[in-house]
Design a protein around this ligand. Structure first.
Ligand SMILES: *Cc1c(COP(=O)(O)O)cnc(C)c1O
Length: 365
């Protein structure tokens, strides 16, 4: 028998979350962001739940090819554009739309031979300071693109650094709006957090929203708001079983480094899940976990293949009891991935993306 750990991708939850995000941006079209192999879910596994999107946005040409292989004929957007001139040939061949964020990408387009002009998303750096043209250089880039026979429609995009927090989007939004005023083209600015928190404003939501993390059932502004607050459902469950149960006397300690010591007699369980499965090694004692759907906590250090859980609240736990590391237990109880991530000092994004290759994945309805 293989190790009892497995992950499940919930197709119905992907569909639900996508519908939820569409509802948050009425009238806008929705890019389902499927970069990083659909946030660790697997593009092929997530596709059925996300095929109701208006397009798929990602980074890797290889991933774009995989989406076309799934017979998707609609829009695909390369969020960082192309990485070298010859990538443009694939864009022509597969009809990929691509971001344009720097002068070199315009130079490459200008020498590209194609019968079919490309649709591009001209990116503004409105304050994130990663990719894009500064506001004062945006119009010149737009004019250059407009003059190229290789370019068809030009859309305008930017990306917010603080849509999930107190700083908000006001300064970046102002910069974007001011620098694009009067330019023809569709607009796209909102990631998940901006779609949920700021897209009531029709101008902000624009023509296309770009939700990623919320589609995968993680709240973009946890702990301010959890997934339930936003009406999202978990799309990935990581589940395992107890492979040992130990009754510890007072004074016994657990695992590498003996960082947890029982101060009274207690029953603990050993779950077949460790950092080699993608569970965060830095999750401290007290990180939430479900055993047979009952909420309890981890104890001591997470090791490569195992972690230890407190069975005090689960007196009926047995060998083979279900352990839910995040997601939905078979009885229906939910442990949001955001709570586990928060306890471990990270975000739901990182845990999803880090699901290890050795974990078998199934897809349910
Ligand atoms: C990843 C990404 C998104 C999605 O962000 P979430 O926070 O996951 O919603 C949107 N736009 C761009 C440009 C991105 O790179």
């Amino acid at each position: 028998m293989p190790r009892p750990i497995h992950a499940t991708i919930h197709t119905a939850a992907l569909r639900h979350n996508l519908t939820r995000m569409r509802g948050a941006a009425p009238g806008a079209r929705v890019w389902a962001i499927v970069k990083a192999n659909a946030y660790g879910h697997g593009i092929e596994r997530a596709f059925d739940g996300l095929r109701g999107a208006d397009g798929f946005a990602l980074l890797d040409l290889d991933e774009a090819q995989r989406v076309r292989t799934l017979s998707w004929r609609g829009p695909i957007l390369l969020l960082e554009g192309v990485f070298e001139p010859r990538d443009l040939e694939l864009c022509s061949r597969l009809n990929l739309w691509h971001a344009v964020h720097c002068d070199e990408q315009i130079d490459w387009l200008a020498t590209h031979k194609t019968h079919q002009p490309h649709r591009v998303f001209l990116k503004m750096n409105s304050g994130m300071n990663r990719l894009g043209f500064a506001p004062e250089r945006f119009r010149a880039a737009y004019a250059r693109l407009q003059a190229l026979p290789q370019v068809d429609e030009i859309s305008l995009m930017t990306h917010f650094s603080d849509a999930d927090g107190d700083k908000g989007i006001a300064a970046q939004w102002h910069a974007f709006q001011h620098a694009t005023d009067g330019l023809a083209g569709e607009r796209s600015a909102c990631n998940s957090a901006a779609t949920l928190r700021h897209a009531q404003d029709a101008a902000v939501r624009g023509d296309w929203v770009r939700p990623g993390i919320a589609v995968y059932g993680s709240s973009p502004d946890f702990p301010a708001h959890g997934m339930a607050h936003w009406g999202l459902q978990p799309t990935m469950t990581l589940s395992s079983k107890l492979i040992a149960i130990n009754d510890l006397p007072a004074g016994a300690s657990i695992g590498y480094g003996s960082i947890f010591t029982a101060d009274a007699p207690m029953r603990v369980g050993v779950a077949a899940c460790g950092y080699a499965d993608g569970y965060p090694r830095h999750a401290p004692t007290g990180t939430p976990v479900l055993v047979d759907g009952v909420r309890t906590r981890t104890l001591g250090r997470v090791s490569m293949d195992m972690l230890v859980v407190d069975l005090t609240p689960v007196p009926d736990a047995r060998l083979g009891s279900e352990v839910t590391l995040w997601g939905r237990a078979s009885g229906g109880a939910v442990l949001p991935i955001d709570e586990v991530a928060h306890a471990a000092g990270t975000v739901g994004y990182e845990l999803m993306c880090a699901l290890a290759r050795r974990v078998p994945v199934e897809v349910d309805e």
